[in-house]
Write a protein that binds this ligand. Structure first.
Ligand SMILES: [Zn+2]
Ligand SMILES: [Zn+2]
Ligand SMILES: [Zn+2]
Ligand SMILES: [Zn+2]
Length: 269
């Protein structure tokens, strides 16, 4: 679906869904974002407010599997005591109980996870970093199990394309997605899918993480490392630019833009 098609179709659905928008209602614009979401812009703040209140059902009429992407405010909490388990059934209520002064509703806690997944690396640690996703922008210092923790905004790292390995877009919107010669493996940069990369040694290694036989080559800088390795200068440059774009120093207070577009996400149209 082209952006123009999305624009027209969305406006029609919205007119049918909310009659108070009026028969001459139209949208200001539609943009397909590099992360696969679609941003819609209303002409007035009043109309944007009405659309935000409509719930999620109208976007499924736009395309199957589409969802409204609500603004969320992830924060990273440092020095969380190791005995706090974000996977436990009571994690949300425990966190809410110790932070009621800034998280008024328990439903505002959308997600809690360890920064680096649930790996074995935590076994010997006494503290770790937690990513807490809130539905409101009231991110102050959080306290966990009675300990006040240092809290800062968490910025999602930029996406990396599974097809060409470049940064800042996903494969479904890759400008080279129809060009099979641009398919690059994240490990060896050869022209195959990363999932099908295999060890050339006999006998073959089954665990590619520990395999030393594949010659690592980066699809972005052509250096002797995997395309996602932190040592890659292209990745470093991309992360630096990304951090500069998202000021990490402040909390969320006051920086929410109410005229920001209503976003629908979930799939590539
Ligand atoms: Zn790409
Ligand atoms: Zn490969
Ligand atoms: Zn091997
Ligand atoms: Zn590189």
């Amino acid at each position: 679906m082209s952006e123009e098609d999305i624009l027209q179709k969305a406006a029609t659905i919205l007119r049918d869904t909310d009659s108070s928008l009026g028969p001459s209602f139209r949208l200001h614009g539609a943009v397909k974002l590099a992360d696969g979401r679609v941003a819609l812009k209303a002409c007035t703040e009043a109309e944007a407010g009405k659309i935000r209140k409509l719930g999620d059902d109208w976007v499924t009429a736009l395309a199957d599997g589409m969802q409204v992407s609500r603004p969320s405010y992830p924060v990273i909490i440092h020095g969380v005591p190791a005995e706090f388990d974000p996977g436990s059934a009571i994690a949300t209520s425990v966190l809410h109980n110790s932070n009621k002064m800034f998280i008024s509703e328990v439903v505002d806690i959308r997600n809690i996870r360890r920064l680096y997944g649930n790996s074995d690396r935590y076994i010997s640690k006494t503290a770790y970093s937690l990513v807490l996703t809130l539905g409101t922008q009231d991110a102050a210092n959080a306290s966990v199990l009675g300990k006040i923790c240092r809290t800062e905004r968490f910025v999602q790292p930029p996406p990396q394309c599974y097809h060409c390995q470049a940064w800042n877009h996903i494969s479904s919107v890759c400008p080279k997605r129809n060009d099979t010669s641009s398919l690059a493996c994240a490990r060896c940069s050869k022209n195959h899918n990363t999932k099908t990369c295999s060890c050339p040694h006999s006998p073959q290694c089954t665990n590619l993480r520990s395999c030393t036989h594949i010659v690592a080559k980066c699809a972005n800088c052509h250096g002797p490392h995997k395309s996602f390795d932190n040592e890659c200068p292209v990745k470093q440059q991309c992360l630096t630019a990304h951090r500069a774009q998202h000021d990490l120093s402040g909390c969320y207070f006051g920086d929410f833009d109410p005229s920001a577009p209503v976003r629908a996400g979930g799939r590539d149209l």
